[in-house]
Design a protein around this ligand. Sequence first.
Ligand code: PLP
Length: 441
Amino acid sequence: MDQNTMIDLCKKHTLYTWAASGSVAPMPIERTEGIFLYSPDGKRYYDFNSQLMSVNIGHAHPKVIAAMKAQLDAQLLYSFPASATIPRARLGQQLAELMPPNINTSFFTLSGAEANENAIKAVRMYSGRFKILSRYRSYHGATNATMQLTGDPRRLPNEPGSPGFVHVFDPWPYDYSFGETDEEITRNNLRYLEETIMYEGPETIAAMFIETVTGTNGVLAPPDGYLVGLRALLDKYGILMVCDEVMAGFGRTGKMFAFEHAGIEPDIVTIAKGLTSSYTPLGAMCVSDKIAKHFQDNVFWGGLTYNSHALSLATASAVIDVMKEERLVENSQKMGVVMRREMDRLTEKHPCIRQARNIGLFGMIDLQKNAQGERMAPYNGTSPAMKRLGELFREKGLFTFVRWGSFMCNPPLCITEAQLLECFAIVDSALDVIDAEYFER
Ligand SMILES: Cc1ncc(COP(=O)(O)O)c(C=O)c1O
């Protein structure tokens, strides 16, 4: 099928996400390999966003593809809920080994949203409380309940949703500030949170969900002391802590899971994306021993036809093996240092850069249109400059997410230093154009 027919048929017969489909200009992709995407006409793009911040091991890894084929050859694609299979046994054990000592039990889903959706149910059933706290600058999924859990503006067209979701400010709000230093920000944010808990009634609150490192809403690593303080505050009121590691997990931040940076143990960790590096759909809710014990004795009122699908579980096992063999978490940490250096270099050079943040290979650059720090596009909006930037990246062979006044820097964790420098050289040349055409001097 030629490229234009492919685009026409996709537009004619399928709907695209988060957009009016008629306005979408789909990117034609025929093949992917390592850190590259290839269009049918042979154009090569650096995947500077790991698809949806998810292809952590890189595209089309031969060992994972071989494991997937072996699972097909084994003629076991079974996912009957009450079955025992080798892929289920193996992945359950691998995840128990990767998680902190208090977490040894997983419930498998098909996506990150479903992992959070089931976590909402689990914390309510476990605690007998119904309210859930989450933060405004968060995304937790596009199902009905996870849209209400989400704080960012994608929630708004989905309202009103089901009751019981209470949103609070992040330690790093969009404009408001809790202080100057990490210590001050942590102290003030947690004081504010404790007051919110008081108003809401602690005995009504089952859990607080956080993206351990906020992803699409800014790549915001928590200030020093925040996670430890939050853990203690939630414990004080018997509120469970759920870390959504759908985007931040599986090495993205330079640790296997982002909560490891603070040495805390969550009550539930939700995962997806990097779990299979997007080779097949899979998510999981990984629960602490006390919650697992509850569901040994009480029914977990949840299920999916494709729970524990053998192909997805075998894929995830192979992905985890590759991550270990190729030391990709260590590479993420090492390449994160290179990314920081490049971000500092570009910030020095380009007046249009407002701020550049990264933790491991999780990065974002915010742009400004003048020296007063006015953002290059408004909150939840776009601008001619940001549209132009997206076009420049595509023309120059770099795929990444351009959102509001920012863009993402999230390559696969297998990227080499030379490749990372090539990506930043493209970013550099695109920002030259933005400086010249859009920065108001
Ligand atoms: C932090 C976070 N949680 C949950 C989700 C939802 O995952 P999925 O798209 O697999 O449903 C996402 C997706 O981007 C995410 O970034």
